[in-house]
Design a protein around this ligand. Structure first.
Ligand SMILES: *[C@@H]1O[C@H](CO)[C@@H](O)[C@H](O)[C@H]1NC(C)=O
Ligand SMILES: *[C@@H]1O[C@H](CO)[C@@H](O)[C@H](O)[C@H]1NC(C)=O
Ligand SMILES: *[C@@H]1O[C@H](CO)[C@@H](O)[C@H](O)[C@H]1NC(C)=O
Length: 481
């Protein structure tokens, strides 16, 4: 069974799960996670890989092909989906040679010499989001085709599959019912060509499904329908009962595929999750409720009414990323199961080990120092608003504001939070706590039970400065002696 690994596709996966169940061990085909790296202070890749292994996680989805990360995944036994960012689609679409180079450098090299278990290449990331105004519509399919050709040419045609992770807004239903589902009219033909190409190449359809966004976008959305604990007024559709929006959304895709002649195309849920901060519906309680609800059915091998078997999915996401764009909303930096430093946020049973999440080990934080508003500072200072806005623009204030973890702070606390965020993002350098006449460094933790005043972790550059200081110190000591 070991050799079979995590089945690529649903049927293999199901056999493995049934077999595993009879042995009373967890399913071999576990959940995947998305590992994004848009952070000012990312954890070292080797720390993350150890954390993945400690948690029994066997599948990761990346958004690019960072060589340091792929090196860390070497011989880890973890299956990998590498990604091609949208801004490379144009090049990949217009040059088979560029696609071949990408595959050679970012797939073949790691597979052959490094022993990285690459299973998928994700071509683009949600390229047809309406907010992109069609920017990637002409290039996605040609890029997909070129990457597929390049994989075949590299001899990887059977072991590495292509896909395009799409946002769930590529399909819609003309009513509430999944059975009225079809692809979005403005990209209908394009979607059919993509689906046909995926089908011809034994490749899966990858879709990101976000019940949180349903709730965020529509204040009248019924809260319980976003979760998996049942819903008072479920929807009936062709004899199927829908009591959660995930099932309804997923099955809208199943119907869209079926209607267009691709009812058997495998589906991967590329992203699913719930954020813990930055919005009134983003908190640890709701995130735990959603993710555990999802995981319990996942572990039980329960799918949707239209596809009742086990599903394949990647949680979004592994760790918080404080450098992500907040254009979609302040919650965008808080999707992690773990905080940026690898501490678990809440207990979650992934069905992979007997107890809950295990945090990262060996993580070095910066010293216990915070930058806060001087107690004597004058709140009427005309520098104040500008200082706070500068700090927030260059750091992270997404935990401030209505319904967030730090919404209980008073005005002074709010300002301190902003100052501290800027100070920490800048590795506690002295000049980052020099807001004119307003700020001071303290060693007394200003955090409250709900609101954490973060201390960043040592990154490579901070580490280098640290060792430089030690070298300097030793040198001075030598001179003095
Ligand atoms: C490999 O991937 C990296 C990271 O996504 C990218 O910067 C680089 O251009 C790629 N290499 C080639 C040869 O395309
Ligand atoms: C899409 O169009 C809107 C409105 O015309 C514009 O504000 C936005 O910047 C455009 N986005 C992109 C990615 O081009
Ligand atoms: C704290 O800051 C946030 C975001 O800048 C703002 O929405 C909120 O009203 C502030 N709270 C107080 C008490 O000033």
């Amino acid at each position: 069974m070991e050799l079979m690994g995590c089945g690529n596709f649903l049927r293999g996966c199901f056999v493995v799960m049934v077999f595993a169940a009879t042995l009373l061990v967890g399913p071999v085909c576990g959940i995947g996670v998305n590992w994004g790296t848009q952070s000012t202070h990312p954890l070292p890749p080797s720390t993350v890989v150890k954390m993945l292994k400690d948690n029994g996680i066997q599948k990761v989805k990346l958004f690019d092909a960072d060589p340091d990360i792929l090196n860390a995944l070497k011989k880890s036994g973890i299956q990998v989906m590498v990604g091609i960012p949208n801004d490379l689609l144009y090049t990949m679409a217009n040059s088979l040679q560029a696609a071949e180079k990408w595959v050679s450098k970012n797939v073949s090299a790691h597979v052959s010499s490094g022993g990285v278990d690459i299973r998928y290449v994700a071509v683009g990331n949600e390229p047809f989001l309406s907010t992109y105004n069609g920017t990637f519509e002409a290039t996605t399919l040609p890029a997909l085709k070129n990457i597929q050709s390049a994989l075949v040419k590299a001899g990887l045609g059977n072991s590495v599959r292509v896909t395009v992770p799409l946002n769930a807004d590529v399909y819609q239903s003309s009513s509430d019912k999944p059975s009225d589902g079809d692809f979005r009219t403005d990209i209908h033909d394009l979607m059919l060509q993509i689906v046909k190409f995926l089908s011809q190449n034994n490749a899966p359809f990858a879709v990101n499904i976000y019940p949180f966004i349903s709730l965020y976008a529509d204040p009248n959305f019924p809260v319980d329908y976003a979760f998996f604990n049942g819903f008072g007024s479920p929807l009936t559709d062709n004899g199927n009962i829908y009591d959660n929006v995930f099932d309804a959304n997923y099955d809208t895709l199943v119907w869209a595929l079926q209607k267009n002649g691709f009812g058997n195309l495998p589906i991967i849920v590329g992203e699913i999750g719930w954020p813990t901060d930055g919005d009134r519906n983003a908190n640890v309680l709701l995130a735990q409720r959603f993710n555990q609800g999802f995981m319990s059915r996942f572990v039980a091998g329960k799918g949707t009414p239209m596809r009742p078997g086990p599903i394949d999915a990647y949680l979004f996401s592994l760790v918080d990323e404080d450098d992500k764009s907040i254009q979609p909303g302040n919650f965008e930096r808080h999707w992690g199961l773990f905080y940026f430093d690898g501490r678990p946020k809440y207990q979650l049973n992934l069905g992979l080990r007997s107890s809950g999440l295990v945090g990262a080990t060996g993580v070095a934080h910066l010293p216990k120092k915070w930058c806060i508003l001087k107690p004597s500072a004058n709140l009427n200072s005309d520098q104040l608003a500008e200082s706070v806005s500068y700090a927030c623009q260059n750091a992270d204030c997404t935990s401030l504001g209505y319904g967030t973890s730090c919404s209980g702070l008073d005005v002074r606390g709010n300002i301190s939070y902003a100052f501290n965020s800027y100070y920490q993002v800048n590795d506690q350098i002295d000049s980052a706590c020099k807001f004119p006449g307003l700020s001071v460094v303290t060693d007394k933790d200003p955090s409250t039970p709900d609101c954490i005043f973060k201390i960043m972790i040592q990154t490579d550059s901070a580490g280098r400065i640290g060792s430089l200081r030690i070298v300097l110190f030793v040198f001075l000591f030598y001179i003095i002696v």
